[in-house]
Ligand binder design. Structure first.
Ligand code: GLC
Length: 549
């Protein structure tokens, strides 16, 4: 399948649909919803990890790459899901976590028992002195990134939770084991892979970082391209039908030209996150600052134009299981909820790149709004809450920060209907349902022609019907406008304009040409009609206009 014409739908199975009434979503639950996904029109479903795991990071801490965690179901359930998806023309993309394993993984357990072969599967180092870890690098989830093991008088590296030990990719045996895992799932008929934080696998110098948190020493590291090329050649590269996406943490564009080059030597495409840090201060996310709209546009446009010039391909997205809900973040949860959700969808789906939809985004699901610490389940949120309070931030202020930035904002159960647990489960879910499910839910939207669901369905359709969306070049328009983001796409004789007002106030926009000759393909208001040169855009109004030259 041509990935430029495809749309990927991300499922966080734990929160998608619970088929057996234990409050925890599962694979059979996903199978039960395949008709819904078919109706939406997506081509791939990316399943976040369901492998055996202690779930300290909801499955991103893998204990066994070859087996399915019983909470999610069985291998038969997985095969049934693949078959059901294939019957509907949908392919499965798996999420492979190879930067680290759970410390419960057999390899790590053998390492701890002192087996030298397996100790070299991980990164053990001597400290700099008694009680002083090898480097001052910070874990992404808070605290130092090294854990002391008394038995060896050494530390192991964990860039994430202490129960997620980093693998030593410099060891060829590790790379061979990883290849085996990928081939195993290829043989099951999997046609897509997402590689978790894959640009962190090649560690550079183990030096203290006095300028930052250490990331410059292990991000896009010295042998990263070699490792990806090797993995590609030994596994998915042998099957032209397989698509791949790398999650690139704090990456540089220059590296992404190579990761996602159209020559196909590494990956099909990349996720980068710079555009989702415009409400941070630098890399610091545990703060409250307004979203910098000018910066957002500049970053998106830079990635769009430079990746294109360098023949590389982006994954385009606002939402995933690590990001707050975009309608809460950049739109309006209140009066213009529907218009802003549609506007944000329009911006992404008309970009050059493969769009990813995160479950519930197509319904305009909003942030969780949790205000009690026991409602939060995410290890990162819990750690940072503690760190904020230890730093002297009042608890009430720390809650406000979590309410905006916590990853749990997007992990609440999928809102299927207005019933007690939103149709997600018959039992109390592992994480609370958003009370607004009585209003925001799939059942209601499927019946409403003008719903966000039907709008997303239309956006997906447009990509299939208009080559300019899949293949066209992109030119930013009026890039400095205070409230509008707009761009022109061109391909052969096709031309498409995307215009979006990001704010809740009417604004004027100068199209620079007469819009008379364009046809309206979509818009966040049912009755969008933009004519003339100088147009007025209503609050959160977006429009997609098309013409053939
Ligand atoms: C990625 C995942 C995130 C996880 C982390 C560590 O960023 O998307 O959920 O916590 O990697 O595996």
């Amino acid at each position: 399948m041509d990935f430029k014409k495809s749309v990927v739908y991300q499922i966080y199975p734990k929160s998608f649909c619970d088929s057996n009434g234990d409050g925890f979503g599962d694979l059979k639950g996903v199978t039960a919803k395949l008709d819904y996904l078919k109706e939406l029109g997506v081509d791939y479903i990316w399943m976040t990890p369901f492998f055996v795991s202690p779930q300290n990071d909801n499955g991103y801490d893998v204990e066994d790459y070859y087996n399915i965690d019983p909470r999610y179901g069985t291998m038969e359930d997985f095969e049934e899901l693949c078959q059901g998806a294939a019957d509907r023309g949908i392919r499965i993309m798996l999420d492979m976590v190879f930067n680290h394993t759970s410390t419960r993984h057999e390899w790590f357990q053998k390492a701890l028992s002192g087996d030298p072969r397996y100790k070299d599967f991980y990164i053990f180092k001597k400290g700099k002195g008694p009680g002083v870890p090898p480097t001052n690098w910070e874990s992404k989830f808070g605290g130092n990134s090294w854990e002391y093991v008394e038995k060896f008088d050494e530390y192991y590296l964990h860039l994430f939770d202490v129960t997620q030990a980093d693998l030593n990719w410099d060891n060829p045996e590790v790379r061979a084991e990883i290849q085996k895992v990928v081939r195993f799932w290829m043989e099951k008929g999997v046609k897509g892979f997402r590689f978790d934080v894959v640009n962190l696998i090649s560690k550079g110098a183990f030096e203290d970082d006095f300028e930052g948190d250490g990331r410059r020493f292990y991000t896009d590291g010295p042998r990263i391209h070699e490792y990806l090329q090797e993995l590609n050649a030994a596994t998915f590269g042998t099957d032209a039908e397989i698509i791949t996406v790398g999650e690139m943490s704090s990456t540089s564009m220059e590296n992404c030209y190579r990761y996602a080059s159209e020559d196909g030597k590494e990956l099909s495409m990349v996720f980068s996150f710079h555009h989702l840090k415009t409400d941070f201060v630098g890399n610091e996310k545990w703060v409250i600052v307004p979203n910098d709209f000018q910066k957002l546009k500049q970053i998106l446009f830079d990635w769009q134009t430079h990746m294109s010039e360098n023949h590389a391909w982006n994954a385009v997205f606002w939402c995933n299981h690590d990001q707050p809900r975009v309608v809460s973040r950049m739109g309006d949860e209140g009066k213009y909820w529907k218009e802003s959700a549609k506007m944000l969808g329009t911006v992404i789906h008309c970009l050059r790149g493969t769009p990813y939809i995160y479950q519930g985004e197509e319904l305009g699901m909003t942030n969780a709004g949790f205000n009690q610490i026991d409602q939060y389940k995410d290890v990162e949120s819990l750690n940072h809450f503690r760190i904020l309070v230890e730093k002297g931030v009042p608890e009430s202020a720390a809650y406000e920060i979590l309410k905006i930035h916590s990853r749990d904002n997007s992990r609440t159960p999928m809102q299927w209907d207005g019933g007690k647990y939103a149709g997600f489960s018959d039992a109390e879910p592992w994480i609370s349902v958003n009370p607004n499910h009585v209003r925001i839910n799939a059942e209601a939207q499927l019946q409403d022609e003008d719903s966000i669901f039907h709008y997303y369905q239309k956006l997906i359709r447009l990509r299939k019907d208009y080559d300019v969306i899949a293949y066209g070049d992109l030119e930013p328009l009026d890039a400095k406008h205070p409230s509008v983001m707009a761009y022109r796409r061109t391909w052969e004789n096709q031309e498409l304009l995307m215009i979006a007002n990001f704010y809740g106030k009417e604004t004027a926009w100068d199209a620079g040409c007469d819009l008379e000759g364009y046809t309206r393909l979509a818009g966040s208001y049912a009755d969008t009609s933009l004519v003339g040169t100088e147009v007025k855009l209503r609050p959160y109004e977006a429009a997609v206009l098309y013409k053939e030259n």
